[in-house]
Write a protein that binds this ligand. Structure first.
Ligand code: 1CP
Length: 345
């Protein structure tokens, strides 16, 4: 079996399949005992990401455990801000914390150029994972969206509402756009390097799409995603690579979202009123089981999976996934149950 037989790539190409391909956002991570056994050897999470052999082992853990239809690079979206000198650390129980966040407008002007070779540990992880994977399992490379990377970089940590970020963009519109453009250029070269190293598919995570009003979403996020995708589609190296876009609860509908020309939309679990008749043939869809369902009894999980399978049954190009990442409190046994159930339908 080689990569042409991949049902994941077929679905991304909008082919109808009797059983959907399956992978899970955050499929490698703290919910797996195998992951925790490796993680305990590193104090700072980003140090672990800087070790390509370890990243390879971690990316393969869920493939070996659940026989999934796609692997995802083991890394994090915050590698780019770290490479720009913002000093990203992941402290126990705190999430990401930046030593040198963007606090005032001149911090944007003083940023160094993005040096793609600062992230060669990521490209090495990609090539290691690609070499270790079965030939028919595609590898997903990824980046954050420019907006999501800007939000963490300005706030300096995670937050519920990112109030400082919102006031920064209101008060420093010009520098905000300079920063977003810089991040867009960095994401493009970073993703291109991942493809050169062996990534078969790209996913862009706009995890903080929900912070912005409809108008601001267009201005500060979607415009830059559109520009990133068009650069990838115009470059010889990346032109034929399918692009998946995940946006968490954006103010705009899927019908509007397809304007950015992603090949597949990864649906947040709360997404309502998906206009399947309009979208069919235009874009592949991925999603969107609520990860919290995985905390419930087996029958609840099976019923909810059946409801989703029925919803997308006649859709051309459907990938089963969650509507956001697996959380650390989920029992890996539930992932096995869900995967087996979908394949048995
Ligand atoms: O201490 C630990 O063990 C760290 C936990 C962890 C892991 C396993 C973090 C910190 N990142 C990751 C890996 C990761 N992150 C992957 C590869 C693993 C896989 O998917 O199998 C990917 C694709 C990401 C992407 C990522 N990082 C996103 C986008 C997806 C999403 O969930 O919306 C985001 C927002 C991040 C930031 C981040 N990194 C880590 C945490 C805890 C967070 C979220 C912080 C917050 O709540 O704002």
């Amino acid at each position: 079996m080689n990569i042409e037989n991949s049902i994941f790539l077929k679905a991304l190409n909008k082919e109808k399949l009797s059983t959907p391909p399956i992978w899970y956002m955050r499929q490698a991570g703290r919910y797996m005992p195998e992951y925790r056994a490796v993680r305990k050897n590193f104090k700072n999470f980003l140090d672990m990401c800087k070790n390509p052999e370890v990243c390879c082992e971690l990316a393969l853990q869920p493939i070996n455990a659940f026989n999934l239809d796609a692997a995802i690079l083991f890394s994090d979206i915050l590698t780019i801000p770290d490479a720009l000198g913002l000093g990203v650390k992941f402290l126990e129980g705190e999430g990401p914390v930046f030593d040198n966040p963007i606090k005032v407008s001149k911090d944007v002007i003083n940023l160094p150029d993005f040096e793609p070779d600062n992230l060669s540990y990521v490209y090495k992880a990609v090539s290691n994972i690609k070499n270790a994977l079965p030939k028919n399992i595609p590898l997903i490379g990824f980046s954050g969206s420019p907006w999501t990377l800007a939000a963490y970089s300005i706030e300096g940590r995670s937050s519920k509402n990112f109030e400082y970020t919102k006031s920064f963009i209101r008060n420093n519109e010009e520098e905000a756009h300079i920063f977003l453009q810089k991040l867009t250029d960095a994401c493009f070269i970073y993703l291109k390097k991942q493809v050169e190293a062996g990534a078969d598919v790209i996913q862009i995570f706009d995890s903080w799409a929900n912070l912005l009003s409809k108008k601001d979403y267009e201005t500060y996020s979607l415009n830059y995603i559109r520009s990133l995708i068009s650069k990838l589609k115009e470059d010889q190296v990346t032109a034929s690579i399918p692009i998946i876009l995940f946006a968490r609860e954006p103010e705009i509908s899927c019908n509007q979202m397809i304007k950015v020309q992603a090949d597949c939309l990864s649906l947040y679990w709360k997404t309502k009123d998906i206009d399947l008749a309009f979208l069919n043939g235009k874009v592949a869809l991925q999603g969107n089981l609520n990860p919290e369902i995985l905390l419930q009894e087996d029958n609840v999980i099976k019923n909810e999976a059946d409801r989703i399978l029925k919803q997308f049954k006649n859709y051309d190009g459907y990938i089963f996934n969650l509507g956001h990442g697996i959380t650390p409190n989920i029992d890996p046994g539930k992932i096995k149950l869900l995967t087996d159930h979908i394949r048995s339908r």
